[in-house]
Structures are given as structure tokens and as C-alpha cells.
Ligand binder design. Structure first.
Ligand SMILES: [Zn+2]
Length: 223
């Protein structure tokens, strides 16, 4: 049991790391693609206009970063994008190249630090949370997706409740009809004991159903 728990913890930790690495790699790929494309545009533009090519490339690469900043501050509509592009192009010529290089190095440094952080981060608390999700579902074998979807546990519980409801629904129906019990065949009022004892029938109806003319008992109702 203790070994199981440790294995679960290691597995959750690995899954969390994999998920974070996946997110970071996605961001890195987007940054490389968008930065590469814009850097190339900056290169072509500055070359054609006899401008500083290094300046063109650096600030081309940095352009998509501003776009992702717009996303961060939730200003990601088309108007904001156009406004940002105009301001960026107007301002960029006046920023020295070395400032662009410093910003670019900082971004690369942030990616590296993020990679290290994902590996070294203390995840004890996160793991505890995921383990707590799993308690109550009474599963010894660990389902990979269960702790990423809180919903699944809710569904699990609700199906359990539904199941127990349908099991008793027939009896509940007759109980609710009137607080007393009735025979399901002749609708005579009967006691709860009689109801439970004779499969929801009165004693007479039960005998009619299960005892044949010779007085022999049959378990099945049709004989
Ligand atoms: Zn009856």
C-alpha cells in the first residue's frame, strides 16, 4: 500500500512535469516560428532600405513578444493589434540596437530558467491535491486522466447515486403512493413486513402466484 502510494506520487509528478514542459515547448515553438518570420521580414526591410540589418533582425524577432504581451493583458482584439503595430514601427527606429539585444537575451534566459524551474519545482502540494481527488473514488489502479478532470469524479459519484435510486425506485413508488403499503396485485393495504416478505404482495396474492393447486411451492412465478 505504501509502495503503491509512492509510485502514484512519482507518476503524478512526472505527469505534471510533462504537462508543464509541453506548455513551455509550445510557447518556445511559437516564439521561434513567429520570431523567425518577423526577424526575416525585418532583415528584408532593412536591407532594401539601406538600414542597419542587425537592428532590423533584432526588432523583427521582438515584435511577436509584444503581441503575446497584448494577449497577457487581455487586449487581444484586432484594433489593439493594429495600434501596437503602428506604435512599434514608429518607436523602433529610435531604440538602440543593444537594447533590443538585451531584451532578446532576457527572453532566452527566461525560457532557460523556466525549463530548470519545471524540473526543480517543489510539487508536494500539487501532488497532495491530486491524491485527494483520487480518494473516495476507491481506485487502486491509477487512471491517468482522472486527476486532471475534476468532473470525472463528479460523474462517478452521480452514476453511483443514480444506480442506487433505480434499484429502489419501484418500492419507493409504492411507498410514496400512500405512507402505507399496498399489494401490487390486488391493491389491498398491507403492512411493511408483509410487503417485504411477499415480494410486494399480500399473503393471498403471493400464495396464488407461488403455490399451485396441489399446494407445492414454486420459486418462479409462472408454472
Ligand atoms: Zn393481494
Amino acid at each position: 500500500m505504501e509502495v503503491d502510494n509512492e509510485q502514484n506520487k512519482t507518476k503524478i509528478k512526472n505527469d505534471l512535469i510533462a504537462k508543464d514542459l509541453n506548455d513551455l515547448l509550445k510557447a518556445l515553438i511559437i516564439f521561434l516560428l513567429a520570431g523567425g518570420l518577423c526577424g526575416y521580414i525585418g532583415y528584408i526591410y532593412s536591407k532594401d532600405n539601406n538600414l542597419n540589418v542587425t537592428h532590423g533582425i533584432i526588432f523583427g524577432i521582438l515584435f511577436p513578444l509584444g503581441v503575446s504581451l497584448l494577449e497577457l493583458i487581455n487586449c487581444n482584439n484586432f484594433f489593439c493589434f493594429i495600434l501596437y503595430t503602428i506604435v512599434y514601427l514608429a518607436v523602433v527606429d529610435f531604440i538602440p540596437t543593444f537594447v533590443g539585444i538585451i531584451i532578446l537575451l532576457l527572453v532566452i534566459g527566461m525560457f532557460i530558467i523556466d525549463f530548470i524551474y519545471i524540473e526543480k519545482q517543489d510539487r508536494t502540494k500539487e501532488i497532495e491535491e491530486h491524491l485527494n481527488y483520487n480518494k473516495g473514488t476507491s481506485t487502486n489502479t491509477f487512471d491517468n486522466n482522472k486527476y486532471f478532470e475534476e468532473e470525472s469524479i463528479g460523474k462517478y459519484n452521480s452514476t453511483k447515486v443514480e444506480g442506487s435510486l433505480t434499484d429502489n425506485s419501484e418500492k419507493d413508488y409504492y411507498k410514496q403512493e400512500a405512507e402505507e403499503f399496498e399489494c401490487e396485485v390486488c391493491f389491498k393495504k398491507i403492512s411493511e413486513e408483509e410487503y417485504e416478505l411477499y415480494d410486494g404482495m399480500c399473503e393471498d396474492c403471493f400464495m396464488d402466484v407461488h403455490i399451485d393447486n396441489d399446494g407445492n411451492y414454486h420459486d418462479e412465478e409462472l408454472f
